[in-house]
Design a protein around this ligand. Structure first.
Ligand SMILES: [Zn+2]
Length: 249
């Protein structure tokens, strides 16, 4: 059996350029390879997340996304291909990821996160990347992650702005500390420029890679908020709520 603690020659040739990133090296790369990441959904935000995680050599990606590909998806959903219009989005995305990096394992789930499937999905993952457009999905994921101690990187965007929150159960506030109820301003349909959603998705991936490899300083207990109109990045402190119904006993 191959020694999972060591990189193969194939790994080394594929990831050569990032192995030189200070702090990454064989150790960081091996940690990525031994990680299973759940990404839901894989549209404008989650698609670039999955793409960057695949390129970086995450061991396994579980892609969760329901529905078929529509023309209006293509301005931002970078994993999808025009030829696949009318077919399941998650399969189009998996095809793109396989073509990019055949060395990673992929699992596709042709449905959204629901109250019924969330526990099983999160149980399979070492880390969760949350890009769900419905807030109910975010709450289910948050609760399952808190219950299992699974870290979750939560990303959201609206028009030219976006935010990323790193949730490490036990160490940081959870999503319900910040939002005890679904925020009233949350919209299912919203303006999206693909460059903005890709940028926020990649901020989330960077925080995830830092968390997994130990590189750099994680943004714990703060929301990263980027306004791309001015390229202003704010770090907004967030705190645990003593009466949080999800993360407090
Ligand atoms: Zn909480």
């Amino acid at each position: 059996m191959a020694d999972k603690s060591k990189l193969t020659d194939q790994d080394r040739s594929f990831y050569e350029w990032q192995l030189d990133v200070p702090g990454m090296g064989d150790e960081g790369q091996t940690k990525l390879r031994n990680t299973t990441a759940l990404v839901t959904r894989i549209g404008g935000l989650g698609g670039p997340m999955a793409l960057s995680l695949a390129a970086a050599g995450i061991g396994k990606l579980i892609l969760v996304h329901g529905g078929n590909l529509e023309p209006s998806d293509l301005n931002r959903q970078v994993l999808m291909r025009h030829d696949d219009l009318g077919t399941p989005r998650v399969l189009s995305a998996a095809k793109t990821l396989r073509a990019l990096n055949p060395n990673i394992e992929l699992e596709t789930i042709e449905s959204h996160v629901t109250a019924n499937n969330v526990d099983d999905l999160v149980a399979k993952a070492d880390i969760v990347f949350d890009a769900a457009p419905r807030f109910s999905e975010r709450f289910w994921l948050n609760a399952a992650c808190v219950k299992t101690g699974t870290p979750m990187i939560d990303a959201a965007m609206y028009s030219m702005e976006g935010q990323v929150i790193v949730i490490v159960p036990g160490a940081t506030p959870c999503l319900a500390c910040l939002y005890p109820e679904e925020p009233s301003h949350w919209k299912r349909r919203f303006p999206v420029l693909g460059a903005v959603s890709a940028m926020i998705g990649n901020m989330a991936v960077l925080e995830g890679i830092k968390l997994l490899t130990g590189i750099g300083k994680l943004s714990l207990g703060e929301m990263l908020y980027l306004d791309t109109l001015t390229m202003g990045l704010r770090k907004i402190a967030i705190t645990r709520r003593s009466n949080c119904h999800v993360c407090q006993p």
